[in-house]
Design a protein around this ligand. Structure first.
Ligand SMILES: [Zn+2]
Length: 129
């Protein structure tokens, strides 16, 4: 049985939203992660195997692409208009950057796993058929 046999006929936007919310892409009820970024082996609600889906570096790459442009205006604001000492500006940027990564990375990883689960994007780490 291929993965395509088990994928329900649902809009990809709904499946992607489930991944963004950290829920099982198949049912939306069970959690997608056992810990912060560790995918669960099988869904607790529907039994869908999810542990074999590897997102690899994709989520980290997309997180950088999302967060980088968000931090640029903050950097300019701190440099151009604030009278704060440099070390305080750097502390603000560091704290904001870490907080954004901790917030965005699991959502992006959930999105990647959900899209890989649909088979709509190819897992380049999977062995050829
Ligand atoms: Zn499920």
């Amino acid at each position: 049985m291929s993965d395509q046999d088990t994928i329900p006929d649902e809009p990809i936007s709904r499946i992607a939203l489930r991944g963004l919310m950290g829920r099982c892409p198949a049912c939306g009820d069970g959690p997608l992660f056992a810990r912060y970024l560790t995918p669960i082996a099988t869904c607790e609600a529907c039994g869908e195997p999810l542990g074999h889906i590897r997102a690899d570096d994709g989520p980290a790459w997309l997180t950088i692409l999302v967060i980088g442009p968000m931090l640029v205006p903050v950097v300019f604001a701190l440099i151009m208009w604030s009278a704060l000492p440099v070390w305080i500006s750097m502390a603000i940027l560091f704290t904001l950057g870490i907080a954004l990564v901790l917030l965005v990375l699991p959502r992006v990883k959930g999105l990647f796993i959900a899209l890989l689960w649909t088979g709509k994007i190819k897992d380049i780490t999977a062995p050829p058929d």
